[in-house]
Design a protein around this ligand. Sequence first.
Ligand code: UD1
Length: 442
Amino acid sequence: MVKPMTQFGGNDESIRMEGKKPLGGRIRIQGSKNAALPVLAACMLIPGKCVLRGCPNITDIECMCSLLKSTGAVVDTEELLADNRIVVDTRSVRERRLPEKYVSAMRSSVVLMGAMLGRLGEVCVNYPGGCVIGERPIDLHLYGLEKLGAQIWTEGNHIHAYADELKGAVIEFPFSSVGATQNVILAAVTAQGTTVIKNAAREPEVIELCKFLNLAGASIDYAGTFFKSGRIEIHGVELSRLHGVDYTVIPDRIVAGTYLFATMVSGGKVTLENIPIGQLGSVCDIITGMGADIEMDAARSEITVNACDRDRIKNLPYIETDVYPAFPTDLQSLLLAAACTAKGELRIRERIFSSRFRIVEELKRMGADIAIEGDTAIVTGDRELEGRTVIAKELRGGAALVIAGLGASGITTVADSGYIRRGYQNIVGDLSELGARIRYVN
Ligand code: UD1
């Protein structure tokens, strides 16, 4: 059963499991956190009622809903637990200052800046928080909003942004940023004239935001050569042209990848339903390269992974994370966990975030052999992992410790597992359904 949210961001829980049991069966993949969050922020821009289906019941979504409510929006989450549905009505928004408690808890709160500038012409936030996975500046966000005509100044830890009128501009990012691209899109929807974003992020979650906004009456051109050029054109429309929509969130490619690696580690065979098959190319290439079999059923949006023959599972020599469609940084820790028990050596280079190897010390305590050289982790595989009490320090690293526990002998306890509920609706329920001996302990 999906655990109801009891306390926002609460970390005082642990997940305990007994490893070495092959997973089997089928489960359905939840809606995407990284697609749902900016879409919820986009609701701020729309003076109407939006119905979002397929929203994951996770603490980051709960946090975004609290942020929307704090501005005066009416957010109905009654059906989030039972039916993954949220209804947002922002007709009554008035507050321009976002509460520090929620902004500090979640980095993607920063995309509310673009939406609130577009809707209210003003916003005040503190510097955003989020998982500690390295330096996470917001200079590109602020650069983009300033180019659109916003005046931005800081007072202590607070950022104020104000615009009498936003005006379309050409914004060229020096490198691709998912959040900064989304922020600029949100601010540009109701700006006067046309905005051109060059070197926009090409992640599927950016496209989803554009699709959602276009459904709601925006005019965003992301087709044509977008994938090659990273160019998005936003033709500003009057705020009054935007209207409420009924929208279904896409499935979560990172959760899907997590369960693919979980199956590899456990040596099982699992079918995943509601899969964004087209978005998982790099991940499936790695899984098959490591010796597991993958069958795809595009018509049913299903993937079956078979890793029953553990003897065939070996490491690829070198993998690096990069922007979409390359191997995603959000799955780097999961791959690291899977590599510990596979045969041979893997060198994995982290190219997006600087501190994404915080899980390594915990994995080493379980018996993994991993060395860090700058931005590269070198895993010497074929190690027997032993169950231990390990500590989750962030969302994906926490999930990776659970996956490592599935392949370890004895009992593994992942403490501070509240981090995992930022992004996984039901990791314990899903893995139990696949036959894992796993439960929450307090
Ligand atoms: C989003 C995802 C996160 C994913 C990441 C990369 C959400 C809610 N989060 O995060 O899960 O890991 O994309 O795919 O969608 N940067 C700057 N200045 C900025 C903005 C970013 O230097 O103003 C840097 C970051 O430090 C990082 C890189 O750019 O090194 C990419 O970050 P970005 O794409 O912005 O990630 P997020 O949007 O924060």
